[in-house]
Write a protein that binds this ligand. Structure first.
Ligand code: GLA
Length: 579
């Protein structure tokens, strides 16, 4: 089964363009004279992501739970349209659980609770649209919604109909939602079946309406492995635009930090067009101002969806200012859409530096996060980030210009708080020749490190690399390359001056004849190459793609849908042709 392309819109024309470019791109000899394994592999059709940046909006659950009504949703839409949130980028107004009245036995369609949503969902969607906003709706992948399941016997205060989920009705529900004008589907799990997720994607695709699909495989599903981005059979980024990664958030700093850690562990799964959802925001719901800021900043840094979960009609000026801080939001909405990764932490783990490369060359967003109980200085060393030159620093929360600094920046950070800075310096830009000796600007690996073997022997390793053993694929020895444990990703700046990326690919000898992976090559959020499933018996493939005019190159090795055990994979003799 093809992990990605089966559900992403194929760009046939671009494929044709690539093929003609490849034909004229010259031979398969890399810059060091190493001949790769034959004709370039065509891979699977090029794909384009549905949504490049994470969704922003509001969701009813954290404040209203089962007390949501049409009147509340309308007044929330009014508030978002007029209080600066819409202007700051909040788009989706999502009705969470408890809107369902039941399923019509004749038509098979869901209908809303007539008491709480008397005018129906089509009228409500039209109202939200009239405010310049988009409309989101909840359903579940079970026979019940979560309010029906999680509470066992439905409390008398709950409306009827919570027992109608979408399992087995995904197509008809997707069509009903499309008819109503839904723009965003939140698909919960709660005692359901994981098959509901791809079925809903297929249902949405059949409607032709570009509805965002946000899934939650975790609700009432405590046995699910912490990382569900692939459970060994389903590869989530193939069908979901965003997936929850944790149990439900609460307005406590311990909940916030635990979700940060979970998201960090899942960073290597987040390919372009797929976001790890850290859950709806609890900003404005009772934490301290510093904690709210740390929460909001880290959700922005980790490219999570930003769905406000407070009562935006009556929020404090401080909450409103935080939620509409466009400098912080621009970090979340950066077109490169990389998730922040942990740079360093002190020995207690409470003083942390998180880094997220931004799309403008030479820029990083850096969060200095203090999880402890006393104020403390936290230092970011620019060399760790691969950032050179004199570095200009700005505090993105306050807007304060921190001046030009050399080598490192230290800020005092309040307890359970954050300082978010933007750094502008000089980036390593990829150069002509072997890629293994070059520095990436971002890597995410779920386990182990990226092992690099360089040629000639003794060349310095890129920052963040460890020395790999020999690169051996099917008994063939390579002079250089990167060995990764899937899922793993590496991102390089190209800055528009390279024309071709080439590499041999295959499972490393260390996979011991087992394992299966999927290789993907992305540039600027376009998937240029997808290998499909590569196992230890798949002959060596040669990837050769045009990267002319591209600014970033992203090399992904992900699961081959049988779990990641033994998924030790090589980029063998990877090279660039650059001017
Ligand atoms: C689950 C989800 C929540 C919310 C409720 C609704 O708990 O994780 O976000 O949708 O269900 O019942």
């Amino acid at each position: 089964m093809r992990p990605l392309s089966a559900f992403r819109a194929p760009l046939i024309l671009l494929l044709a363009a690539l093929c003609s470019c490849l034909a004229s791109c010259g031979g398969s000899t890399n810059s060091q004279g190493a001949v790769s394994g034959g004709q370039p592999d065509p891979g699977i059709a090029l794909t384009q992501v549905r949504f490049i940046t994470p969704p922003m909006g509001w969701n009813s659950w954290n404040t209203f739970a089962c007390k949501d009504t049409e009147a509340i949703i309308k007044s929330v839409a009014d508030a978002i349209a007029s209080n600066g949130m819409a202007a700051a980028g909040y788009q989706y107004v999502t009705v969470d659980d408890c809107w369902v009245g039941g399923r019509n036995p004749t038509t098979g369609q869901l209908y809303p609770n007539a008491t709480t949503f008397p005018d129906g969902m089509q009228a409500l969607a039209a109202y939200v649209h009239s405010k310049g906003l988009k409309f989101g709706l909840y359903t579940s992948g079970g026979t019940n919604t979560c309010a029906g399941i999680a509470h066992g016997t439905r409390p008398p205060s709950y409306p009827p109909g919570v027992g109608a989920g979408s399992l087995g009705h995904e197509s008809v529900d997707a069509q009903t939602f499309a008819n109503w004008g839904v723009d965003y589907v939140k698909l919960d799990y709660c005692g359901g079946s994981l098959t509901a997720f791809p079925a809903m994607r297929a249902g949405i695709a059949a409607t032709g309406r570009p509805m965002f699909l946000s899934i939650n495989p975790y609700s009432a599903n405590p046995t699910l492995p912490t990382n569900f981005a692939s459970d060994g059979t389903l590869y989530v980024p193939a069908y979901a635009d965003m997936s929850r990664i944790s149990q439900d958030i609460s307005a406590k700093f311990t909940s916030v930090t635990s979700i940060i850690d979970t998201s960090a562990a899942d960073a290597a799964w987040a390919v372009p067009g797929y976001f790890n959802d850290m859950d709806m925001l609890e900003v404005g719901n009772g934490m301290t101002a510093d904690q709210d800021t740390a929460h909001f900043v880290m959700w922005a840094m980790m490219s999570s969806g930003l769905n406000a979960g407070n009562d935006v009609r009556s929020q404090s000026a401080a909450t409103q200012a935080l939620l509409t801080n466009t400098a912080v939001i621009s970090v979340n909405q950066d077109a490169l859409a990389l998730q922040a990764v942990l740079d360093t932490a002190d020995s207690s783990g409470s003083l942390q530096v998180w880094t997220k490369p931004l799309s403008t060359i030479g820029t990083r967003a850096v969060a200095l996060l203090n999880r402890g109980t006393t104020a403390a200085p936290i230092t970011v060393n620019f060399s760790n980030l691969g950032l050179g030159g004199s570095v200009q620093a700005t505090n993105l929360v306050t807007g304060a210009n921190l001046g030009t600094v050399a080598q490192s920046l230290t800020q005092t950070v309040p307890p359970t708080g954050v300082v978010l800075v933007k750094l502008t310096g000089t980036d390593p830009v990829a150069a002509n020749g072997a890629l293994a000796v070059q520095s990436w600007i971002w890597s995410a690996v779920q386990s182990g490190t990226v092992g690099v073997k360089v040629f000639p022997g003794g060349s310095p390793l890129p920052t963040g690399a460890s020395a790999a053993g020999a690169i051996v694929v099917h008994g063939k020895n390579y002079i250089d390359g990167m060995t990764v444990n899937a899922p793993a990703q590496l991102v390089y700046r190209l800055n528009g001056h390279c024309s071709t990326f080439q590499s041999d690919i295959g499972l490393d000898a260390a996979a011991q004849g087992a394992g299966s992976v999927d290789y993907q090559v992305w540039a600027d959020n376009i998937e240029l190459y997808d290998s499909g499933i590569v196992t230890s018996t798949t002959p060596i493939k040669t990837v050769q793609v045009s990267i002319a005019g591209r600014n970033t190159l992203r090399l992904v090795v992900t699961d081959g849908q049988d779990g990641v055990t033994n998924d030790i994979a090589d980029w063998a003799n990877p090279s660039l042709v650059c001017s």
